[in-house]
Each structure stands twice: as structure tokens, then as C-alpha cells.
Design a protein around this ligand. Structure first.
Ligand SMILES: Cc1cc2nc3c(=O)[nH]c(=O)nc-3n(C[C@H](O)[C@H](O)[C@H](O)COP(=O)(O)O)c2cc1C
Length: 178
């Protein structure tokens, strides 16, 4: 057993790709979030949780959040994988929605860019994206932010923005003593 573990939950594969890249780079153990229980997770000193972003929530994150009292002295790295292009704004929004104040001060947090795959999407996700598309379409095109423009430009398509290089800061954090 290595002393780092990657735990992930992915619907359409982008998060899984990042989780595997990170685990490979660190020679870390890797589990889907429903394949590992807290008693096993506690044995690692570094825990990297990777979860797809869905309506601002991080998939699979309840395993970490619900067991945080047992994990607060670990090196914890949270990686949310979303379609957003916003950097600092999205980081703050997602942290505020998912992390407690104590966690915000104690974990390392990253957002990496995934993709959108309308071919694989289940009917509910497809419907949610359709509603989002319709509401953006109804707005003044001159006032749209880049994320909204992105939803319009990629609607109905298969797009993949995953980038192996973007895991480098995460690998650095694991390897340093902070
Ligand atoms: C219904 C739905 C809601 C989404 N909500 C968000 C979101 O709030 N923020 C974001 O950045 N991306 C959002 N996305 C995009 C996904 O996070 C993106 O497709 C990501 O790559 C998913 O990872 P996965 O393939 O591992 O499931 C959403 C996608 C769908 C289909």
C-alpha cells in the first residue's frame, strides 16, 4: 500500500481520466468512491478526492465531508472536474458550496477542466443542459460570460478539454511538505 490514495467519482469519464493520471504520476492507490470505506481511507496520509462537478456539487464528496473529523490531520486535496473556464471565481463558488469553513482552511483545492459528452449523457442531464441552453439563449448575447458562450458553442456536441499537464500543480503539492 502506498501512502497516497486517489478516490474518484465520475459520470462520463473526464474525472476518471484525471484520477488515473494523478494516481499513475504518484504511484498511488486508486479507488472509486463507492469502493472504499472510511476505515481503509484513514490509513493513508495523503488523500486526493476527484469528483465531477454537477450543478456546483462535487460528486462523491460526501465520503470526505461526512468523515472529516477522522481525516482533518491528513494532507487532503480536492479536485473538482467541470466544464467551467472561470478560474478564481469558480474556485470560490465551488468551495463555498461544498466545503465547511474549517475545510476551506485546511485542504488544497483545484478545479480542472473536463468536457461535455451529449452522446453519453443520460436523459436527466441532457434535459438540465437543454434548460440551461434555453435560458442562456434568451439572454442578450452581448452580455454573456465565457461559460455561457461555451454552453451555446458546445451544445449537443462531444468536447474534451482534459489536459494532462494541468495535474502538475497537484503532483507538486503532494510531493512538497505542506
Ligand atoms: C447536468 C450537468 C450539470 C453540470 N454542472 C456543472 C457545473 O456546475 N459546473 C461545471 O463546471 N461543470 C458542470 N457540468 C459539466 C461537467 O462537470 C463536465 O462534463 C465534467 O467533465 C464531468 O465530469 P465526468 O465526465 O467525470 O462526469 C455539468 C454537466 C452536466 C451534464
Amino acid at each position: 500500500m502506498s501512502n497516497a490514495v486517489v478516490v474518484y467519482k465520475s459520470k462520463y469519464g473526464s474525472t476518471e481520466k484525471y484520477a488515473k493520471w494523478i494516481a499513475e504520476a504518484l504511484s498511488a492507490d486508486i479507488f472509486k468512491s463507492n469502493q472504499i470505506k472510511i476505515d481503509k481511507l484513514e490509513k493513508y496520509t495523503t488523500i486526493i478526492h476527484c469528483g465531477g462537478l454537477y450543478v456546483g456539487g462535487i460528486l462523491g464528496f460526501s465520503l470526505i465531508k461526512n468523515n472529516y473529523p477522522k481525516l482533518h490531520n491528513k494532507k487532503l486535496i480536492i479536485v473538482a472536474v467541470g466544464a467551467t473556464q472561470k478560474k478564481e471565481d469558480a474556485v470560490e463558488e465551488v468551495k463555498n458550496k461544498n466545503l465547511t469553513d474549517e475545510m476551506k482552511n485546511n485542504v488544497h483545492f483545484f478545479i480542472l477542466r473536463g468536457g461535455l459528452n451529449y452522446k453519453k449523457m443520460n436523459p436527466l442531464d441532457r434535459f438540465l443542459m437543454y434548460m440551461m441552453y434555453k435560458s442562456i439563449k434568451a439572454k442578450d448575447p452581448e452580455k454573456l460570460d465565457n461559460d455561457s458562450k461555451g454552453v451555446l458553442a458546445t451544445y449537443g456536441k462531444v468536447v474534451d478539454f482534459t489536459n494532462k499537464k494541468s495535474i502538475e500543480p497537484i503532483i507538486d503539492i503532494v510531493r512538497t511538505n505542506c
